[in-house]
Design a protein around this ligand. Structure first.
Ligand code: HEM
Length: 350
């Protein structure tokens, strides 16, 4: 029965099984058996889960300030398994950011951003910014007090950008006020523009990975490298990791389900405005100086991360055995972690 259906299909859609077998059995470098060396697959998988759960959420969410909060409440409290769907999407988003950061840390400390992979690091940074953009726009869609005031603070920060501050802030808000236009924009970015941009960057990212191959372990030459086939070995490992992630997200969704905060009220400023944890560092930094100083220094900091492979390349041309990248990496992590913990403690006790 199945054989007849298959040959019916084959006679209409010619498939070269030999090519298919060859492509799927491509050898994968032995050191990719270490899970931390192929962490990049995790955000990819989580992104697919986010698309799936996000599409179902769009069936019920209403992107209008008058109905947005109520529609989220309906999803959370009335829709069968709506609470699970929303909580799954929320935890998936958090894990995706954690996975991207861990992947970035692995790439950094294994020196995999160096020649010839500098541009792929830059593409990776764009993927990180887009992922953070998902978090920011998604948090705002809830139209809770914290969403509303988070957008207001972001508008003030953008306005402090020299030369084009007003332009950027008005573009983000869709005018001078946070309102209907803002929510429409955030929705379009969250479900349309950002996914498209992310997929575009992913295509370039994967193309460059395929072109250069994944970097080797230090001290290992390509000639004495052990390999294993992509299919079924690597494929099954990734499948097992995927199943574990679904289990983990489900546990988090059940134990810590997504709640509803108070609805947005432009007339009442909350005592503490609280962004998502991955923006704590930037929020704390903002409190230590004027808005313009914060925008400028954060801009320089992010530009530094993006172009680091070129700075590092320049340093290593002069001092080939320099280990400065290790100290720079540790300093950046301590800086981000320090500000994050500081802000978290402030919000806890403040
Ligand atoms: C949505 C986010 C991302 C996805 C889905 C992704 C996916 C991947 C995958 C599947 C690999 C193959 C090797 C591995 O699994 O580690 C890889 C390698 C790489 N990624 Fe990413 N990545 C993302 C973000 C980033 C970020 C934020 C950076 C750095 C700023 C980055 C830089 C790199 C580099 C340089 C390589 C080559 C590593 C090597 O050859 O060892 N990626 N990425």
């Amino acid at each position: 029965m199945f054989g007849a259906a298959w040959s019916w299909f084959r006679s209409r859609v010619p498939i070269n099984e030999e090519v298919l077998r060859h492509m799927s059995a491509e050898p994968v470098a032995g050191h990719l058996k270490r899970w931390w060396w192929c962490l990049g697959g995790t955000p990819l998988y989580l992104f697919l889960l986010q698309v799936l759960t996000g599409i179902i959420l769009t069936f019920y969410y209403i992107p209008n300030p008058e109905h947005a909060y109520e529609s989220v409440r309906t999803i959370t409290q009335e829709l069968p398994y709506g609470w699970y769907l929303r909580s799954f999407h929320k935890w998936g988003a958090n894990l995706m950011i954690v996975a991207v950061l861990l992947h970035m840390i692995r790439v950094y400390f294994s020196g995999a951003y160096r020649n010839p992979r500098e541009l792929n690091w830059v593409v990776g940074c764009m993927l990180l910014f887009v992922t953070l953009g998902f978090g920011f726009t998604g948090y705002s869609l809830l139209w809770e007090q914290l969403s509303y005031w988070g957008i207001t603070v972001a508008g003030n920060i953008l306005r402090a950008t020299p030369l084009m501050g007003d332009l950027l802030a008005d573009f983000m808000r869709g005018g001078q006020e946070v309102g209907t236009n803002t929510l429409t924009r955030f929705y379009v970015f969250h479900i349309g523009i950002l996914p498209t941009v992310l997929i575009g960057f992913l295509v370039v990212h994967v193309y460059l990975i395929r072109t250069h191959g994944v970097s080797q372990l230090e001290g290992e030459r390509s000639t004495d490298q052990k390999t294993f086939p992509f299919f079924p070995d690597h494929f099954l490992t990734e499948l097992a990791i995927g199943a574990f992630l679904m289990f983990l997200i489900s546990c988090l969704a059940v134990i810590f389900p997504a709640h509803m905060g108070p609805e947005a009220n432009p007339l009442v400023t909350p005592e503490h405005i609280k962004p998502e944890w991955y923006f704590f560092w930037a929020f704390r930094w903002l409190k230590l100086m004027t808005d313009t100083q914060a925008v400028m220094t954060q801009g320089v900091f992010m530009a530094f991360i993006v172009i680091w492979p070129f700075i590092d390349g320049w340093i290593r041309k002069r001092w080939s055995r320099s280990e400065i990248s290790i100290y720079v990496g540790i300093a950046v992590i301590l800086y981000l972690l320090g500000l994050t913990v500081w802000e978290a403690l402030y919000l806890l006790h403040g």
